[in-house]
Design a protein around this ligand. Structure first.
Ligand SMILES: C=CC1=C(C)c2cc3[nH]c(cc4nc(cc5[nH]c(cc1n2)c(C)c5CCC(=O)O)C(CCC(=O)O)=C4C)c(C)c3C=C
Ligand SMILES: [Fe+2]
Ligand SMILES: [Fe+2]
Length: 338
């Protein structure tokens, strides 16, 4: 029997430093997230970051936590439930870090008689720190514990018409009645080194204005290209003119050079450029989470107003929007019928 495994990132069990610490340890000790040799990674994560970050992150999580739990988990559960209502094969949910784990998700499907799984990493754009780490872990688990199960992973869907349509429609409806000066597409950042490491040609990616818009097979795994392409296709669909939108990258951690420009500086500089009414959309996330609700919805909003901005509107993630759920169902049916 066929079955579906939806996979997102995961959240701490509660918004307390005690629960944030093991979550961050598992997350940041992943060699595809902090991609340095093990001993250096252990020193950076366990010797430095985990001394202060859990308390700071817990405070941020507390501000956005829902009575039912972490927004990321609660929304992912709603997505799983809605997809399940529209599909006649089992649909399970898993998280790359924390619970429910990918192993638990596969076990759940196996217990229902599934031997052929379509795994959907819930990230529109490919990145080593997201899609790839899910693919690698799931493949290893299958090899070790479930050799009888066939696993297929859905590639990044940053340019699939159904995703672009759902995103464009959501932006349109949330901008209704808002006479905005600028629409910012804020994507989660990654160190520039990750982009170079994922370049399968080892010669294409220069991280400049040319490489990401010049045709190349490197784009299949280029996070920067895929982000810029999502923006391009959405603004084309919505007829948003050049100059009225831009893309930026948020959430920098550590001293490395991350993708440019950073969302925080970009937002803070807007008012001096005459941009007083700002809308922000976060297309690297399909479920609202700490990065969208706190970093953009609270922090960036506050800073924009402090720097002279007048109105700030955060566009929610696709969450359990019907068009987005239908997009997932369309891709599942395509796989099912092949
Ligand atoms: C080196 C650090 C990090 C990289 C690289 C990174 C890439 C990356 N992350 C997401 C999606 C999410 N990240 C989230 C939280 C989060 N991310 C990092 C660090 C890196 N992410 C940290 C330390 C945290 C925890 C929060 C904090 O302390 O600031 C989340 C939200 C989780 C939640 O519980 O709400 C998501 C989702 C992407 C898409 C990405 C690369 C493309
Ligand atoms: Fe992250
Ligand atoms: Fe590129």
């Amino acid at each position: 029997m066929q079955g579906i495994l939806l996979v997102n990132l995961g959240s701490p069990k509660s918004p307390t430093a005690k629960d944030v610490k093991p979550y961050l340890d598992e997350f940041l000790m992943d060699e595809r997230v902090i991609d340095v040799p093990y001993l250096l990674r252990a020193f950076l994560v366990r010797g430095i970051i985990l001394n202060t970050r859990p308390k700071k992150s817990a405070e941020a999580y507390k501000k956005i936590w829902w009575p039912e739990g972490s927004p990321l988990i609660v929304i992912s559960e709603r997505q799983q439930k809605k997809v399940q209502e529209l599909i006649d094969i089992p649909v399970a949910l898993a998280m790359r870090y924390g619970e429910p784990s990918i192993k638990t998700g596969i076990e759940e499907l196996k217990a229902k008689g599934v031997s052929d799984i379509l795994m959907i990493p819930l990230y529109p754009q490919f990145a080593m720190a997201t899609t790839e780490t899910i693919d690698v872990l799931a493949k290893n688990l299958i090899k070790k514990h479930f050799p009888e199960i066939k696993l297929t992973s859905l590639p990044a869907f940053y340019n699939k018409p159904e995703y672009i349509e759902a995103l464009a429609e959501s932006i349109k409806s949330h901008l209704e009645g808002f006479d905005y000066d600028h629409l910012l597409f804020s994507y989660h950042g990654v160190p520039e080194r990750h982009i170079k490491k994922s370049d399968i040609t080892k010669s294409h990616c220069q991280i400049n204005n040319k490489c990401c818009v010049t045709n190349s097979k490197a784009h299949e795994f280029c996070y920067r290209h895929q982000c810029l392409e999502t923006t391009r296709q959405v603004v084309e669909k919505l007829n948003i003119p050049e100059g009225k939108y831009s893309s930026s990258f948020q959430s920098k951690l550590g001293p490395d050079k991350w993708l440019q420009p950073p969302t925080d500086d970009t937002v803070n500089e807007f008012p001096t450029q005459g941009i007083k009414k700002l809308a922000v959309v976060t297309p690297a996330f399909v479920a609202d989470c700490i990065e969208t609700l706190e970093e953009i919805g609270l922090e960036a909003h506050h800073e924009f107003i402090n720097h002279g901005g007048e109105e700030f509107r955060t566009i929610p993630c696709l969450n359990d929007d019907d068009l987005w759920i239908n997009a997932l169902v369309t891709w599942i049916k395509e796989w099912k019928n092949n």
